[in-house]
Design a protein around this ligand. Sequence first.
Ligand code: ATR
Length: 280
Amino acid sequence: MATTPKLAAVIGWPVSHSLSPKIHATWAAREGAPAYYVPVAAEPDYQSFEKVVNGLRAAGFRGANVTMPHKENALRLAGTASDRARQANAANMLTFIGDSIHADNSDIEGFVNATRAVIEGDPTFKTAIMIGAGGAGRGVAMALKELGIKRLIVANRTREKAQNLADAFDGDVLALGEIDRALPEADIMVNTSSLGMDGRPPLEVNLQGAKRSLVVADIVYAPLQTHLLQEAAAANLTCVDGLSMLMHQAAPGYKKWLGATADVDDALRQTLVKALGGNA
Ligand code: ATR
């Protein structure tokens, strides 16, 4: 008897550039799972998103990842949500169970696991500098708390947004130009802004005063080696790139909807680097 394939999707706008189908296809091929994971475009408004989600449910999909600009819509649409999704005010996973939709957020554990993967033993992070105060920043701030951060410093172009985020996490605020001053205290620095993305200005930070143990993370993955990560690598600092976070955030969805094993390893990374048109 033929096995019914398991189906999942990634919903976004735009979505055609998403690497998620490649990640899931790689895991499915490894274990010979009859599983398909497809990109589905939904225009930015809530009604379009709702229509697409209902269409996928009707078609028998088990769940969907949700990316820009629908992470808040996903939370709004779901009947139930995990604590992480509620606290982040954003969901990147929707699971369809009968008539109900459950929202979850694996971006946070994606960041936590990507960081743990490059640190030997348990990290002893006390102070974090986070650049950017948008939706992605909120999730990363939660992840930093899970990694044991005691002091969060938020640096952002718009001070008010930095202040709002810092207030929610008992943190402090800096102007972008003041990062150098706080750097000597930092155990981890994370870029959650769009600075450094293809077509955007680079994020310029003078790393000279950094601890030798500083971990530098960048959520941007196009380009993979952002200016910030190039500078950090040149200074022999430990780096966490956006691709690592992307692979780690994908694992919970794969295991929930499509298969049993979702290993994040170098072979998967190489497949994705190739898809990005690079070599590293
Ligand atoms: P997301 O939800 O992915 O975080 P966002 O809400 O648009 O996206 O946030 C993007 C972040 O990049 C913000 O922190 C933004 O700073 P502002 O709060 O001042 O808008 C930051 N950002 C974008 N372009 C920037 C630029 N040219 N210089 C400095 N910061 C920039």
